[in-house]
Design a protein around this ligand. Sequence first.
Ligand code: SAM
Length: 282
Amino acid sequence: MTLDKSWFSEAVEATGTAFSLKGHKLHEEQTPYQKIEIWDTQTFGYLMTIDGCTMVSTRDNFLYHEMMSHVALNSHPDPQNVVIVGGGDCGTLSEVLKHAEVKSATQVEIDERVTRLSEKYFPELCTRNSDPRATLFFGDGIQWMKDAKPGSIDLIIIDSTDPVGPAEGLFGKRFYLDCIKALKPDGMLVQQSESPLLHLELIKEMHAAMRQAGFARTHLFHFPQTIYPSGWWSGSIATKSDAPLLERIDDRTVRGMETKFYNPRTHRGAFALPTYVEEALE
Ligand code: SAM
């Protein structure tokens, strides 16, 4: 079957892969930073793309947003002050604010249009934006982190686009050095780290850069993400202290928090790595 214009396709030359959803385009705009499109798809609800890459769909965004927030939040002893870099669709912010112990959550998104379009097409991700603990800051996360007060942050969540364009600098040692400085002694960082099947080299380089910057330990976890290349995604946690990750995932911490994918079993299972990934990260 040949795909006509009623299909959105993300074709990636470097990996020789493509992912498509049938639908029709509702909106397209070029911002100072990137090209954003909104599609109304036949089976995944609304879809936001940036520079031709899938970002968020109504149907499957819970997989990414729950795993990029709760895994790290429940691995930290007391995450009170959380900063999200990127994440302009507000889905990660919404999950972070489900945690009563979080006292402040700042989203640092470079492109305000991502948030404005999310408010229109993904209002379910933006319901907690008016929470008094939430701050929506629009600016470059790299500069924001340079200027951050030293030793002030418990958890940094890097929910960015792929390491090209404005997000490129979020994947390197210089940025990680600023993150370490901004974190409290028991602070940690979690970053979306692409596909364990297609981007293992990038994951290795990220972990190496995190350690070179001074993070004591790095951990990989993984989860399904149907609209991203290969359908399988990962997050990387880097801790400032050498202490092992906590597992604050007893019944008490999960009860009362509505999640669709995340639970104590998917939390633990996410750290169980396939043999070839374990060997690559040794
Ligand atoms: N879940 C998605 C993924 O893994 O592909 C990411 C979604 S979120 C929409 C990514 C956001 O990162 C975009 O809105 C983009 O504008 C933002 N971003 C990219 N570079 C940035 C930077 N240097 N500072 C702050 N935000 C940035």
